[in-house]
Design a protein around this ligand. Structure first.
Ligand code: GUN
Length: 291
């Protein structure tokens, strides 16, 4: 049986650590870390995500404010809200929930966020810092994956990591981080994507396989080398024959668990860690402007 990497337990650990840091910061400086979240439109999944992020903040003593705008909001209105928060010293972190309605240019909105408050790590300044190994903000999902590897003492140095998926939020930053000469790095990295003719040819050679695609069943037993570590970033809702549905990853968990040395479940794997690392980034933002 493989080691099952318990994202819920790790996220609880991270929240405890963050809560202690929040208390210490308040004691030392009187500063209460603040995260402001902007939700534009009526996408039900986004509404749930934002509400959960607010609840997470409450658990650890971070002040959070959610502002909701209708789907008719203009790009100018969204950017004006971001600018107001940029100028507010009580706001340490700003998160604009994506996706935005189609008439709004996501990149323009992200560029408007003060990079020092960009706790999502999506601003080009933070993406650039990540690329060259400077301290900025690491996007929450890649950060969560690195923390899972660290906390389960999974050796990465000298290993072959194969990342499937080249999104700006997960695949690209994760591939860059794993390649860097740093703890939870120093890997030889292969990045597979929709242009890769036969991904199994590469994934079968992975010591650490990370799938971040959003296609259930993409990774089967045939894609995985005996003893590989498998991290499943995919979160897909799949329909069951009885008409109900459930969440599942990119990986066919049961069959891949037979060959992997360690594996993350879905749900209960990377997802909770992504949420926890947002709290970590928010406290880091507050600490940086209090020194
Ligand atoms: N939509 C889906 N994931 C994310 C995320 O990590 N941050 C933001 N802002 N929007 C998202």
């Amino acid at each position: 049986m493989p080691t099952i990497i318990d994202g819920n337990a790790l996220a609880a650990q991270v929240r405890e650590e963050v809560a202690l840091d929040v208390a210490a910061l308040m004691h030392a400086t009187g500063v209460v870390p603040g995260l402001n979240l902007l939700l534009v439109g009526e996408d039900p999944a986004s509404a749930v995500y934002v509400r959960n992020k607010g609840k997470d903040c409450e658990k650890v003593g971070i002040r959070s404010t959610i502002v909701r705008m209708t789907a008719e909001a203009t790009q100018e209105q969204v950017i004006a809200q971001v600018m107001e928060w940029n100028a507010d010293p009580a706001v340490h972190g700003i998160l604009v929930q994506l996706p935005l309605p189609k008439h709004i240019d996501e990149h323009a909105v992200i560029r408007a966020i003060d990079p020092d408050k960009d706790v999502d790590g999506f601003h080009p300044i933070n993406a650039g810092k990540l690329l060259i190994g400077l301290d900025g903000f690491i996007p929450c999902t890649p950060y969560g994956v690195l923390e899972m590897l660290r906390r389960y003492t999974i050796e990465t140095s000298g290993k072959h990591a194969v990342v499937v998926g080249r999104s700006n939020i997960v695949g690209k930053p994760l591939a860059m981080l794993l390649a860097q000469k740093r703890p939870q790095g120093n890997c030889t990295v292969t990045l597979c994507h929709t242009g890769t003719p036969d991904i199994a040819e590469y994934t079968r050679r992975a010591d650490i396989l990370i799938s971040a695609v959003g296609v259930h069943g993409l990774i089967t037993r045939d894609h995985v080398k005996q003893g590989a570590v498998v991290i499943d970033v995919g979160i897909n809702r799949i329909e069951l024959p009885d008409g109900t549905s459930r969440l599942a990853g990119d990986v066919l968990y049961d069959e891949v668990a037979e060959v992997a040395s360690a594996i993350t479940p879905v749900p209960g794997g990377v997802g909770p860690m992504t949420r926890a690392m947002l709290l970590r980034n928010t406290v880091t933002a507050a600490q940086r402007c209090s020194v």
